[in-house]
Design a protein around this ligand. Structure first.
Ligand code: NAD
Length: 260
């Protein structure tokens, strides 16, 4: 029974940011559980990532171009015979994205970059949820998973960042907070047909400065930063029928960082 609930055999999943670290890892996980995966990204390496999976296709689209995005997604769903069971909104401008007015001290963060980040991190996710709702309704198992962040729920502790050039922009936090509340709003709006949840990853180890890692790990009950599989495991649970009675929830996947 639990094997059946964890199976994604015959399901189709669309993952934005599918060429990125976490997007790719979720693609592998859903593929392993039997899903066909559509990886969408503006980065052309998405084709290489898709080719490395068993049952995946890559789609190039930029989330800041709504018309082109809608056309690419419509074509991808048509290619999957009109069916879609799972949407994972994962693409984002992240702390390391190379933008002016972004990964900078508060006084240098610009409203232009704030708007651009909200557009990709939040507005595009809203547009995609709206576009795929008919297909998810028709699925009978339709589900949306929004990838937020601990920084959509918590303020940064700047003592971790001292002596580093790492950043944590206000627009990132605001976009992720918006994602969390959009999740709750959509969950009651689309029920009972479509489940909508969010996960909030904690910081993923990716070569951050030693001083940051040490301070971060000392604050984390499980004593380490996350890796991509930690996030993919939680995502896989949320989109399978093992979570079929879970909607409107925000799961912190942070090693207990937010539990103190
Ligand atoms: N890495 C972390 O520590 C961490 C922590 C908490 C939450 N998250 C969240 O996890 C998600 C994935 O992060 P990641 O670490 O894999 O980052 P990543 O940079 O490796 O992947 C993000 C992907 O999104 C794509 N993308 C960005 N803008 C796009 C656009 N306009 N159109 C299409 N694609 C676009 C990028 O090309 C990239 O492939 C993000 O939502 C991020 O906020 C990450």
């Amino acid at each position: 029974m639990i094997r059946e609930m964890m199976s994604l055999q015959g399901r189709v999943a669309l993952i934005t940011g599918g060429a990125g670290h976490i997007g790719r890892s979720m693609g592998v996980a859903l593929n392993d559980l039997g899903a066909r995966v559509i990886l969408l990204d503006r980065d052309e390496t998405v084709h290489r990532v898709a080719a490395s999976l068993d049952n995946a296709v890559g789609v190039i689209a930029d989330l800041s171009d709504e018309l082109a995005l809608r056309a690419s997604v419509a074509a991808a769903i048509d290619g999957a015979n009109g069916g879609l069971d799972i949407l994972i909104n994962n693409a984002a401008f992240v702390g390391t994205s190379d933008l002016s007015g972004w990964a900078e001290p508060f006084e240098n963060q610009t409203t232009d970059t704030w708007r651009a980040a909200l557009e990709v991190n939040l507005t595009a996710a809203f547009a995609l949820c709206q576009q795929v709702t008919p297909a998810l309704r028709a699925s009978g198992h339709g589900t949306i998973l929004n990838i937020a962040s601990i920084y959509g729920a918590l303020g940064p502790d700047w003592s971790f960042y001292e002596g580093t050039s790492m950043a944590n922009p206000a627009a990132y936090a605001a976009s992720k907070g918006g994602m969390i509340q959009m999740t709750r709003w959509l969950s009651t709006t689309l029920a009972p047909d479509i489940r909508v949840n969010a996960i909030c990853p904690g910081g993923v180890a990716r070569g951050q400065p030693k001083s940051f890692v040490e301070r971060y790990e000392a604050r984390t009950p499980l004593g380490r930063m996350a890796n991509e599989q930690d996030i993919a495991g939680a995502a896989a649970f949320m989109v399978t029928d093992a979570a079929r009675y879970v909607t409107g929830q925000v799961l912190m996947v942070d090693g207990g960082f937010s539990a103190w």
